[in-house]
Design a protein around this ligand. Structure first.
Ligand code: VGL
Ligand code: ZN
Length: 213
C-alpha cells in the first residue's frame, strides 16, 4: 500500500491501457466489470499533466484471432515464431466500434495515444514492446523525453496488457504503481493471481485511487 502522496505533475504520468468498447460490457472480449474503471480513470485524469493512452488496433485478419487459424478456438494457445500466443475472439478491429474508446472516457487530455497490435503478424500486449518482447512501440522514448520517472497504471486487462506494460515499464527503469480500483482482469485460468504476484515480485507497487488523489 502506498503512503498518501500527491501526484508530482512534472514527473508522474498516468497510463490508461485499452479502455475500449470491446473490453467493456457487451464487447467482443469483455472484461468482467470492465466499465467500472471509466469513472475512476476520469477522476484521476484531471490530476495529471501527463496522460498517455493505449489503443488495441488490429487488422481484420490479425494473427492473434482464433478465426485466423483453422480449427482453433478462442483461448487456445499456439506456438508463434516469437513464442506462445493465446488466441482471442476477433476484437478491436481497426475502424470498428469495438476499437473505439469507451464513450465516457475523457480522452481529450491525453498527450499521446499509442496504437498497438497494428502489425498483422505479431500481437502486442505491452504498451512498450510487441510480443516478440523486442520491437518498441516508441512509448518508452516518449516518456523519457518528457522527463517522466513514475507511471500510474490503469485500464484493461490487469492480467494481460496492463501486466505486460507494468513489467516492461520496470525494465525501462520507471517506478510503477498499479491503481487497483482503476483496473480489471480477464482472469483466465488463474492469470490474474499470477500477474499480480509477478508484478509484486517485479517491484510494481499498488495503490487505490483515493490514496493518490
Ligand atoms: C488485451 C488480449 C488481447 C488487453 C488485448 O488489452 O489486455 N488482451 N488483446
Ligand atoms: Zn488485442
Amino acid at each position: 500500500m502506498m503512503k498518501r502522496s500527491q501526484v508530482d505533475r512534472t514527473r508522474d504520468a498516468l497510463l490508461v491501457v485499452d479502455v475500449q468498447y470491446d473490453f467493456c460490457s457487451g464487447g467482443a472480449l469483455e472484461v468482467p466489470d470492465g466499465d467500472a474503471v471509466v469513472p475512476v480513470i476520469n477522476s484521476l485524469i484531471t490530476h495529471f499533466r501527463h496522460v498517455f493512452l493505449t489503443q488495441d488496433a488490429h487488422p481484420t485478419d490479425h494473427f492473434s484471432f482464433a478465426s485466423s487459424h483453422e480449427g482453433r478456438e478462442p483461448f487456445d494457445v499456439i506456438d508463434a515464431p516469437y513464442g506462445k500466443q493465446t488466441l482471442w475472439p476477433d476484437h478491436c478491429v481497426q475502424g470498428t466500434r469495438g476499437a473505439a474508446f469507451h464513450p465516457l472516457l475523457l480522452t481529450h487530455p491525453a498527450r499521446l495515444i499509442v496504437r498497438k497490435g497494428t502489425n498483422r503478424d505479431i500481437d502486442s500486449y505491452s504498451a512498450f514492446f510487441e510480443n516478440d518482447r523486442h520491437t518498441p512501440t516508441g512509448l518508452g522514448g516518449a516518456l523519457k523525453e518528457t522527463g517522466i520517472r513514475r507511471l500510474f497504471l490503469t485500464g484493461l486487462a490487469t492480467d494481460f496488457c496492463v501486466f505486460y506494460s507494468a513489467m516492461d515499464a520496470r525494465k525501462l527503469g520507471f517506478d510503477v504503481a498499479l491503481i487497483e480500483d482503476a483496473c480489471r482482469g480477464i482472469d483466465h485460468e488463474g492469470s490474474l493471481e499470477s500477474a499480480l504476484a509477478e508484478m509484486q515480485k517485479g517491484g510494481v507497487t499498488t495503490a487505490r485511487s483515493k490514496h493518490i488523489l
